[in-house]
Design a protein around this ligand. Structure first.
Ligand SMILES: *Cc1c(COP(=O)(O)O)cnc(C)c1O
Length: 359
């Protein structure tokens, strides 16, 4: 195996997924390719509960494209959206809604602590938005926002939830009875190649998603065209879709629960190991099983640590919280506890050498 990727996606993929891309050339407007996309689209629904009336609408593009499609298409000119900002990706959702001139208000919450749902409830009752935008698993810190709690508050107020599930899809069971629009991409927990993103929603909700001023990002148009023709409106990333079909099949074999448990095991070995090395890790509560933020040890810069790990086959990721010196370790993709142990050994050695140098 090449590099072990401890960045939060694109994640390590299996040989099966890599090889699935090597196919004969095909015109994506042919019926055979329509069937591949249909398989992908319906395959994605298997990982979403309450999806009997839902469709997965595919786009060629990274995850942010589907977020932008969803926000721009769903929120109408008379609507208001509150976006929960407790990390860089929540901030990005806010920026996107602003760029599309939506009536948007941020609910700001601490980047490293759980949302205060009492406070949020009061805020929503006074703001009376039609929509709430939230990141499920905040890749910035590893904080897991509680969608069940959020839905519990939003449902009685008639508020629909748009959730960036980029780094939770294909690991956590998501439920369309709680969230109205689920947005994710091919290259994180799904363990496919980068280049496809999608929105999962009930057909009723997709039919209302016609408010985008962008042609390319029009969610309703993308859904209707595909439903009618089994084609994307614009050129799809052909090989990435073959890989994604394979990745979905592999997840069906591993099962959603199996993948969650593998990631959870990776994550608990990681957290335990880091604490054992005397490192401080975040968040301290409400963390998921995807990514962990770690306080940079004194007098170490990220580049030195990164390069040391890279030489030994591991790619680590920088921190993303302003004013806090951190690095991040994601434990998703085709990696197993022994890879995590391998990384911890490298880190242990690195820290011991430092002590040696300073002695
Ligand atoms: C990866 C990620 C995205 C999407 O990023 P892209 O680079 O556009 O694929 C969005 N939100 C979260 C929480 C993510 O982890």
């Amino acid at each position: 195996m090449g590099m072990i990727l401890l960045n939060p996606g694109p994640a390590n993929t299996t040989m099966g997924v890599k090889l699935a891309q090597i196919v004969d050339d095909i015109c994506p407007r042919e019926i055979e390719f329509g069937q591949i996309m249909q398989d992908v689209s319906s395959g994605l629904l298997k990982f979403v509960q309450g999806s009997s009336k839902a469709r997965a609408v595919l786009f060629g593009g990274s995850g942010t494209l589907a977020i932008e499609s969803c926000l721009s298409s769903v929120v109408g000119s008379e609507d208001k959206i509150v976006i929960i900002v407790n990390g860089a990706y929540g901030k990005r959702m806010f920026d996107i809604a602003k760029a599309h001139e939506k009536n948007v208000i941020a609910f700001e919450s601490d980047f490293l602590s759980p949302i205060d749902f009492m406070q949020l409830k009061v805020f929503l009752e006074s703001q009376k938005p039609q929509f709430v935008g939230v990141v499920h698993s905040e890749t910035t810190s590893g904080l897991l926002n509680d969608l069940k709690q959020l839905s519990f508050i939003c449902k009685p107020l008639g508020i629909k939830i748009i959730s960036d599930c980029m780094s939770s899809f294909a690991c956590y069971p998501l439920n369309l009875n709680e969230i109205d629009y689920i947005v994710a991409s091919s290259n994180k927990n799904l363990q496919g190649m980068a280049g496809v993103s999608f929105v999962v929603a009930n057909v009723d909700n997709l039919k209302k998603a016609s408010h985008s001023r962008s042609v390319y990002l029009d969610l309703k148009a993308q859904d209707e065209y595909f439903t009618r023709t089994q084609q994307m409106r614009f050129t799809p990333p052909v090989q990435i879709l073959y890989a994604l079909k394979k990745a979905i099949e592999e997840l069906c074999i591993e099962t959603l629960e199996g993948r969650y448990l593998r990631y959870k095991k990776n994550n608990s070995i990681l957290r335990k190991g880091l604490l054992g090395l005397g490192l401080e890790i975040f968040p301290k509560e409400s963390f998921g099983v995807i990514i962990t933020a770690i306080k940079m040890p004194k007098d170490i810069d990220f580049k030195t640590l990164h390069d040391t790990c890279k030489k030994q086959g591991y790619t680590i990721y920088p921190g993303k919280i302003e004013g806090l010196e951190m690095f991040r370790i994601a434990n998703i993709g085709e990696i197993y506890p022994y890879h995590i142990e391998g990384f911890l050994n490298i880190l242990r050695q690195f820290l011991q050498n430092l002590v040696g140098e300073n002695a």
